[in-house]
Design a protein around this ligand. Structure first.
Ligand SMILES: *Cc1c(COP(=O)(O)O)cnc(C)c1O
Length: 423
């Protein structure tokens, strides 16, 4: 499609957008009586209107039924009692990550889940002790790897194989990652990395990486914090061994919202080592409270604790919106929305560099801009104009137009403001 840098053209795209009604399901923050242009869904997604209602429903159950809320619902309510509230989230989650419902479970927070998955899937033995990852991954992931390795009495410097972009390039080359798996295949115990890089916005070819790891006989896992709800995923078909994510970014489940994990079906009967808790215990006999851990089938068997019911209720309400829109339709709009942002940025003539890959297959909705001169000043001016992105020291502005609630007209506005600032 040939883009035009006019308000009329942007509004035309909005009129033709099959997902345009979804914006109305969200509360758009305002300043001075005007809606902000919110391009920060990569950090905290906006509040769905359904969130308050979902929360309110559980507060009412707590009020009237109190402890019985674990086993009962109010008259006419069709959803599950708190005891199995996680089950409400399974279908939409499975749909969003391309999995079977038995392969996913919502629980805990991301970094906790990363440690749980490392316990089950990082099993160094003999020559095979190393973990292949990308250099410069999200700090929490780096700390989790480092300390997890130390907790097993090893030295991270001996264990981690970190792949970086080539000298002078900002994106990783897929072949460098796949070749490294080949090169280190005899000493690798695990491949674990982000599926979509938080800083550059690059999407990794998870299917190719998983295929290569499978050939090498090495388990592979992905951190999907920036990928879930942003790009279509087919974790089951790709034969990814495990994955984990957070839900407060593109899934709009609220600050610190419930995380989740994927564990491929092929591991469900393998009796993998795990850190267990009573909530992962076989549901039918959990309250017999006997000695000796008997896991629930599938991903549910990795649950540890009493679920955070209120957060889970909001998570469920938010998940339903993404599932209803569908990842295919979201991706179609997202590709166009981000391409339009790229177009208006370039058209503005503002001196900036786009770090995110230009190939639509190599990126999600986020564009990471390097502004070499006065980047912070530009960022502040955008904020003054009601445009909310995020700033990463020393010179990076990340803008993430999200297909659920952002519009082409908003994107057009960003270009207009840069045009004005250029001079
Ligand atoms: C956002 C994000 C996290 C955050 O982890 P929490 O445990 O939810 O605080 C971790 N890893 C990546 C790659 C992220 O993008």
């Amino acid at each position: 499609m040939t883009f035009e840098n006019t308000l009329h053209f942007a509004q035309q795209l909005d009129r033709n957008d099959p997902l345009r009604s979804f914006r109305d399901r969200f509360l758009i923050p305002q300043a001075g009586g005007k809606e902000l242009i919110y391009f920060c869904g990569n950090s905290l997604g906006l509040q769905p209107k359904a969130a308050r209602e979902a929360l309110d429903r559980e507060l009412t159950v707590w009020q009237h039924l109190a402890v019985e809320g674990w086993f009962m619902r109010p008259d006419q309510a069709e959803d599950t009692p708190w005891l199995s509230i996680h089950k409400r989230c399974k279908d939409p989650l499975a749909q969003i990550v391309g999995a079977l419902p038995s392969e996913v479970v919502p629980m805990n927070n991301l970094t906790v889940n990363m440690h749980l998955m490392l316990t089950s899937f990082y099993r160094p033995a003999g020559q095979r002790t190393k973990i292949l990852t990308i250099g410069g991954d999200f700090p929490s992931d780096q700390y989790a790897l480092e300390t997890h390795i130390q907790a097993r009495g090893m030295n991270p410097a001996d264990v981690l194989v970190e792949i970086f972009p080539r000298e002078g390039e900002s994106a990783w080359r897929g072949e460098d990652i796949c070749n490294a798996i080949d090169t280190h295949r005899d000493t690798l115990a695990l491949v674990l990395m982000s599926g979509l890089h938080y800083y550059t916005g690059q999407v990794f070819d998870m299917a190719a990486i998983a295929r290569k790891a499978l050939q090498a006989g090495v388990p592979v896992g992905f951190d999907l914090a920036h990928a879930i709800g942003n790009i279509p995923l087919w974790l089951h078909d790709w034969q990814v061994d495990f994955a984990f994510w957070c839900s407060y970014k593109y899934l709009n489940s609220g600050p610190g919202g419930v995380s989740g994990v994927f564990i491929h079906q092929k591991h469900h009967n393998a009796n993998l080592p795990r850190l267990a808790g009573w909530w992962g215990y076989d549901e039918d006999s959990r309250f017999a409270m006997t000695k000796g851990f008997v896991p629930m089938a599938g991903a549910d068997g990795w649950q540890l604790s009493t679920p955070t019911v209120l957060a889970m209720a909001v998570h469920h309400a938010a998940l339903q919106i993404t599932a209803e829109a569908g990842m295919d339709a979201l991706r179609r709009k997202s590709e166009q929305l981000t391409a339009y942002l790229e177009f208006v940025l370039r058209n503005s003539g503002y001196p900036l560099e786009i770090m995110t890959p230009a190939d639509p297959a190599g990126r999600g909705c986020q564009l990471s801009l390097l502004v070499h001169q006065d980047g912070k000043r530009l960022f502040n001016r955008l904020v003054e104009q009601g445009i909310i992105g995020d700033w990463r020291e020393p010179d990076c502005i990340r803008l993430a137009p999200t297909p659920l609630y952002n519009t082409f007209e908003e994107v057009w506005h960003v270009g207009q403001i840069l045009l004005k600032f250029r001079t």
